[in-house]
Write a protein that binds this ligand. Structure first.
Ligand code: DX5
Ligand code: ZN
Length: 211
């Protein structure tokens, strides 16, 4: 069954502790933590201090998505603050191979994310170093954008590419009950969703609708 990773980008930051507890109690499999630096993407969110503050209130894994220009410098910050998964953008690093090694050396699950315009072949020679591939189905930076359907083909191609490897495919951006189904059919294992989970106070109902 597909896993659901609500993105706290759409949460009420004034009551973030209550929000993450509610997500876990509503059946979230992971909590997706969107880090934006105002440079790699034109938006600014939160950093390792916020991660450290919410970590004690969650039993489920925290999935850190680094939309930053210098992820290599920040891997230790988020590893020490309690991340379980650390995902970096292929577009942001010169040496993807060694950056992925660094995440595993910190004992974390190593993820790599691709913007919509980035082809999947950048992953070809790092498949033995990756645990998770995050396919962006919007241009990163903001919640509430429209799903880019050309990425369904990319998900299928990656599914084929990782045959025989222990790698999960995660999809992020514009996920609603309809696009969730399309992504799962194309081969996605984990669906990130902000807008559709936080659309109403019924988080459990919204998560179940995606599943
Ligand atoms: C976008 C973020 C996403 C975002 C998804 O840059 O990486 O995780 O929160 O939001 P929705 O579900 O609203 O598209
Ligand atoms: Zn994200």
């Amino acid at each position: 069954m597909v896993k659901i990773a609500p993105s706290i980008l759409s949460a009420d930051f004034g009551i973030l502790r209550e929000e993450v507890i509610a997500l876990e109690n509503s059946g979230a499999d992971l909590v997706h933590f969107d880090v934006m630096d105002g440079s790699f993407v034109p938006n600014l969110t939160f950093g390792p201090h916020v991660l450290k503050s919410i970590r004690p209130y969650l039993n489920i894994p925290i999935d850190v998505h680094l939309m930053v220009k210098n992820p290599v410098e920040m891997i230790p910050w988020f590893a020490n603050a309690g991340a379980d998964i650390i995902t970096i953008h292929a577009e942001a690093v010169t040496h993807l191979d060694s950056a992925l090694d660094m995440i595993r050396q910190h004992g974390k699950i190593a993820g790599v994310s691709l913007n919509p315009s980035t082809p999947e072949n950048v992953l070809e020679y790092v498949l033995d170093k990756v645990d998770l591939i995050l396919v962006m189905t919007v241009n990163p930076g903001f919640g509430g954008q429209e799903f880019i359907s050309s990425q369904l083909e990319k998900i299928s191609k990656i599914k084929e590419m990782i045959r025989g490897y222990d790698i999960e495919i995660e999809v992020d951006g514009g996920i609603n009950p309809m696009t969730a189904q399309e992504c799962a059919a194309a081969g996605a294992d984990i669906l990130v969703a902000g807008t559709s989970v936080f659309a109403t106070d019924e988080y459990k109902q919204n998560i179940d609708a995606l599943r």
